[in-house]
Design a protein around this ligand. Structure first.
Ligand code: HPA
Length: 247
């Protein structure tokens, strides 16, 4: 039975609740080890693959995630559609804590990550069109699923991908805002670009964990609040994915 969808879970989403007929598939790739075993299972009549981006015990920081191995392993399983779930900080006024968004643009501020499958000696260089970094079809399907399921989701927004694992300074966020970023996270890139290199349909569900530095009223960002907000926002993910698979 083919796999209808893969989910890459970020901070706060280490397993997919309610998955039936679960099998764990530990694999290796020419690019190294994926973050963890891929969990295969059923949601209703549909088969999904789930991978915890930071490992199920959250031991891999954003700049050390083997994004290439993760995408390659999913592609190798025959996956065509991938939804990345990413914790983010909110910059734009309507992107406050616990909001879900399906961004439509990216600015990449990360560095020293392996950003291409071409980044191997002797590999044929592959240039990709990345004008629209996310799959228009999968974004549309996600937004329609959210509407059917009654899950409030902000349509669009620019995801600023930072290096982490530290959070940003106020000055860095002020710069991101001037650049046009609406959200900030540490794992959106190079995942989206690698997915495009493999011609996967890829979209992002961004879960707002906190106001980005200097965007809320607080002088500092509280880590316990981040986790509480993420826990609340993450509850909507299976609802949204269930509707996506059902529709
Ligand atoms: N910045 C970057 N990544 C994040 C944040 C943030 O404020 N919150 C959750 N992930």
């Amino acid at each position: 039975m083919s796999i209808d969808l893969a989910l890459i879970g970020g901070t706060g989403l280490y397993r997919f609740p309610g998955l039936k007929d679960v099998e764990r598939y530990a694999t290796d790739t020419p690019y190294g080890h994926p973050s963890d075993a891929i969990v295969l299972g059923r949601v209703g009549g549909r088969r999904i693959a789930f991978l915890a981006r930071h490992g199920e015990g959250h031991t891999i920081p954003p700049h050390r995630v083997n994004y290439r191995a993760n995408l390659w392993a999913l592609h190798d399983l025959g996956v065509r559609r991938v939804v990345g779930v990413n914790a983010v900080g909110g910059i734009r006024d309507d992107m406050g804590p616990r909001v879900l968004a399906v961004p439509d643009q990216i600015i990449d501020y990360t560095h020293d990550r392996l950003t291409s499958f071409s980044d191997v000696a002797g590999a044929q260089v592959k240039h990709i069109d990345f004008s629209e970094p996310y799959s228009a079809t999968l974004r549309r399907d996600l937004l329609a699923a959210a509407a059917r399921a009654g899950v409030a989701v902000v349509d669009g927004g620019c995801y600023g991908a930072t290096q982490g694992p530290r959070l940003e300074t106020r000055a860095e966020i002020a710069r991101l805002r001037r650049d046009g970023c609406d959200l900030v996270g540490m794992t959106g890139m190079p995942e989206a670009a690698l997915a495009r290199e493999l011609e996967l349909e890829y979209a992002c569900i961004a879960l707002v964990a906190n106001w980005a530095a200097g965007c809320g009223d607080e002088a500092e960002i509280s880590l316990p609040e981040i986790y509480a907000n993420l826990e609340a926002a993450t509850k909507q993910v299976p609802v949204l994915v269930g509707a996506l698979l059902g529709g």
